[in-house]
Ligand binder design. Structure first.
Ligand SMILES: Cc1cc2nc3c(=O)[nH]c(=O)nc-3n(C[C@H](O)[C@H](O)[C@H](O)COP(=O)(O)O)c2cc1C
Length: 258
């Protein structure tokens, strides 16, 4: 069985927002699709660990803002690399507007928004699929929609090969999940925003040399494992027991050696 077949599936990308308990929140998903036209219905699949999941389950409504090729990586960082359980993702965020259903739609780096009212849920174990009647739709811009592949090749930053950024700042890398922090000193009480490990699990990225890195190995010589669902990469000789993807939450059977 060749799991790389999963890469051949084409996905779009969305900021899926909801609200509950007087709070707004949203997360990045790649799992929206239209499932019927009469009535017009869409489905989205959200990890049960996500705050957005609980908010949709409680309120029964969501809005999906369709991400365009004009989106910046900061949009993914804000909505896809941190949980609303730890941060207010809309704090200081002005590129949004409130819709008639009471939810926020993202208006920059997006080209449309589609709102849904949940009519059915399907329990998929780690995830819930929400099937919803489309209650409202709006085109925001004429920019092209970003596919998952476009995100991987053009929006997601490539890891820097050397220990300093182009403007000379030091990089610290989380040895657990690969998250990189930029700054001369790593604060002692720093907690990795992706996998929640402490500062002691960070190492200074060193080696100002340009090296040809063999396929499947990183510059530390470790094997690279890639999540076939979301593309997240993890460096280790073996995946730790019980490892789950810090981005999309799937288990280690969904990882393959690059
Ligand atoms: C490119 C990309 C695609 C993602 N796709 C999904 C998805 O389809 N379903 C999902 O539940 N999470 C997906 N995620 C992960 C969530 O966006 C992420 O776990 C987020 O921090 C959850 O935030 P919340 O707890 O505030 O809801 C994706 C993340 C990225 C960066």
């Amino acid at each position: 069985m060749d799991k790389r077949a999963m890469y051949k599936i084409s996905y779009g990308l969305y900021v899926v927002t909801s609200a509950a308990g007087g709070r707004d929140n949203g997360c990045i998903t790649n799992t929206l699709m239209q499932v019927s036209s009469e009535p017009n219905r869409v489905s989205i699949t959200v990890n049960k660990a996500n705050l957005t999941h609980d908010m949709i389950a409680e309120s029964g409504i969501f809005t999906a803002s369709v991400i365009s090729t004009e989106a910046d990586f900061s949009l993914f960082k804000r909505f896809g690399f941190q949980s609303g359980r730890d941060a207010d993702k809309f704090a200081g965020f002005t590129a949004c507007k409130r819709l008639p259903n009471g939810l926020l739609a993202v208006t920059e780096g997006t080209n449309a928004c589609i709102s849904g009212k949940v009519v059915q849920t399907v329990d998929l174990g780690t995830h819930t699929m929400f099937i919803a009647d489309v209650t409202d739709m709006e085109v925001i811009s004429g920019a092209q929609s970003a596919t998952y592949e476009y995100y991987q090749s053009n929006i997601k930053p490539k890891p820097e090969a050397v220990g300093k950024t182009s403007d000379g700042q030091t990089i610290w890398r989380c040895v657990i999940c690969g998250y990189e922090y930029v700054g001369e000193e790593l604060p002692e009480d720093f907690i990795c925003p992706i996998c929640k490990h402490p500062a002691s699990d960070f190492e200074k990225v060193t080696g100002a040399k340009e090296e040809v890195v063999p396929v499947g190995k990183s510059d530390s010589g470790k094997i690279v494992w890639k999540c076939i669902i979301c593309g997240y990469e993890f460096e280790a000789d073996e995946l730790p027991e019980g490892f789950t993807c810090p981005i999309c939450g799937v288990d280690s059977s969904n990882f393959e050696k690059v």
